[in-house]
Design a protein around this ligand. Structure first.
Ligand SMILES: Nc1ncnc2c1ncn2[C@@H]1O[C@H](COP(=O)(O)OP(=O)(O)OP(=O)(O)O)[C@@H](O)[C@H]1O
Length: 521
């Protein structure tokens, strides 16, 4: 036995070295386990060395021969190799037979040592990031059987469970039974600390529930630090697309099942990463937190109206957008916003947009205003005044007619709509995008079909500004020349979930939460 552990932490340190038989080719191979890789060297042939990095290995298991008199023990490696060109991962298994000793128990003991050492190395980074030194805690997994085209349950059993078993990850499974089930469940969990994180197999709506459930707990300040992760099971699955985009993993041109499997593998490598959230004050004074977007005008109309085509998966948005462009709606609104320092001298591209400031000289104490909801202190706004008070003088105000209105704090709103290319998990900004009236239907169609690489932002018709806070007061549907029907303020969506229409305001909460993502490899 030639096990060596030099153990001074360098990635090139040899931890274990042994001769195995490749069960497929029956060739002897020298296998070396190092800190970040496994090296395969052929013994009796001139084949080049094969290197597999631990970042591509989900885990290993120990096997036994079916033959009665065979004393060999097997190490099985589960590898998800990334294709350098299209980033897709392909699952491969390597079966390595260990037959040095005549007694099975001796071979088994040896292979167990390999399995345990590999498991220790694979979990090292995750344990370090979660401050855990023992066995990893389970994930609390919510599966919405009704999300998207209704595939989430199968995705869990057929795509997620096998990868978690290979990676030796345990979980506690909860099927949601109705809207707000996950939210109430999270509020009722006595000790959240029993879990390593919360995983959602559904669309973005269930992530929204999870975040708000955490913030409705009495211990919300610590609860909101509980890492959350997404495995796509819905129709837009924007959060999974954003994680894929920001971690350079594939998220396009995949079936939902393959996308879910890739995401499940990435969860086995993920560590908690700070993520900005946005706190909203709704017209009914409720406080809601958000991780993705605020939509109004055409995007919100399409999102809500295309719900009836859920069975089409992501295609529902294309169909809904075409329909809405054909009978375009224009909404009048008053937008107030606080630009970031980078955009302090922001000038709209369109000369017809008039920016004003509030001349109300009344001193507004906009720091540390506590909003009380359900008798709990819920959030601590830094920029927002009370909703019925004027905005501060350093905010800009636009009153105009809008066709498109979108605020993003992550880059993608769906797999083919890179809405805010500069957004990251924690850039500390909101990205405000709007198009005012005057755009033709064909111009809008062209813009909304050129969103895949974010180029639409270069159009002179699209306004873009980074902001810290905003307020939107919907004034009604523009029905004709200078006519506004104030009975229809349009649909408002936070993270794709409808909120009551009326004056609404929000501000960025930098790095308030933690998302499970693997940015480092
Ligand atoms: N068992 C259930 N039955 C009905 N509705 C549910 C159930 N569980 C959760 N919900 C609700 O379903 C809504 C939609 O779920 P979700 O957003 O996760 O999927 P989706 O809308 O299909 O996907 P996407 O947001 O990606 O378009 C959420 O508001 C959630 O509260």
């Amino acid at each position: 036995m030639t096990s060596i552990d030099i153990g001074n932490g360098s990635s090139n340190n040899l931890i274990l070295s042994d001769t195995f038989i490749n069960a497929k080719t029956r060739q002897n191979v020298k296998i070396e386990l190092l800190h970040d890789r496994i090296k395969f060297s052929s013994i009796n042939s001139s084949l080049p060395d094969l290197i597999i990095f631990l970042k591509d290995i989900a885990g290993s298991s120990i096997g036994k021969s079916h033959k009665k008199d065979n004393s060999s023990s097997y190490l099985i490696l589960y590898v998800y190799l990334k294709n350098e060109i299209n980033s897709k991962r392909k699952r491969l298994t390597y079966e390595l037979e260990f037959a040095k000793f005549e007694i099975y128990d001796e071979n088994f003991k040896h292979v167990s040592n390999w399995h345990n050492e590999l498991d220790r190395l694979l979990k090292e980074k995750i344990k370090k990031s979660s401050g855990c030194c023992n066995k990893l805690k389970p994930y609390l997994v919510f599966v919405n059987p009704k999300s998207g085209a209704g595939k989430a349950k199968n995705i869990y059993f057929e795509r997620v469970c096998p990868i978690f078993a290979e990676a030796n990850i345990s979980d506690t499974l909860v099927f949601t039974q109705n809207p707000n089930f996950a939210r109430e469940y999270i509020k009722s969990v006595k000790c959240l600390d029993e879990f390593a994180g919360i995983l959602v197999i559904s669309g973005d709506g269930l992530i929204h529930e999870v975040i708000n459930g955490l913030l409705e707990r009495p211990d919300w300040k610590t609860a909101i630090k509980m890492p959350f992760g997404h495995i796509p099971g819905g129709s837009a699955n924007a959060l999974s697309c954003c994680v894929g985009h920001l971690t350079k993993e594939v998220f396009k041109n995949l079936s939902l099942e393959s996308f879910a499997a890739q995401s499940a593998f990435n969860i086995t490598k993920a560590i908690p990463t700070p993520i900005d959230l946005v706190a909203f004050e709704l017209c009914d004074k409720k406080i809601v937190h958000s991780f993705l977007s605020f939509e109004w005008a055409i995007i919100a109309d399409v999102d809500l109206e295309s719900e009836k085509y859920r069975y089409l998966g992501g295609l529902r948005f294309t169909l809904g957008a075409l329909k809405r462009i054909m009978s375009l709606r224009i909404y009048r609104g008053r937008l107030s916003f606080l630009p970031t320092d980078e955009y302090i001298n922001y000038k709209p591209k369109s000369p017809s947009i008039k920016l004003t400031r509030n001349n109300n000289l009344e001193e507004i104490n906009h720091s540390n205003i506590f909003i009380e909801t359900n008798n709990e202190l819920r959030t601590n706004f830094k920029y927002l005044p009370e909703l019925d008070k004027p905005v501060p003088n350093d905010w800009l105000i636009v009153e105009d007619n809008f066709v498109l209105f979108l605020v993003m704090y992550l880059p993608l709103i769906s797999n083919d709509f890179l809405a805010a290319p500069e957004a990251t998990f924690n850039d500390g900004n909101m990205h405000l995008i709007f198009i005012k009236e005057g755009i033709t239907k064909s111009q809008l169609l062209k813009l909304l079909t050129d969103t895949e690489n974010g180029n639409y932002l270069n159009s002179d018709l699209v306004e873009y500004v980074k902001i810290k806070a905003f307020r939107l007061e919907p004034l009604g549907l523009v029905t004709g020349q200078n006519q506004v029907s104030n009975t229809n303020g349009g649909i408002m969506m936070v993270d794709g979930e409808r909120v009551p229409t009326g004056p609404i305001q929000a501000e960025i909460m930098p790095s308030m939460g933690n998302i499970l993502a693997n940015l480092k490899d």
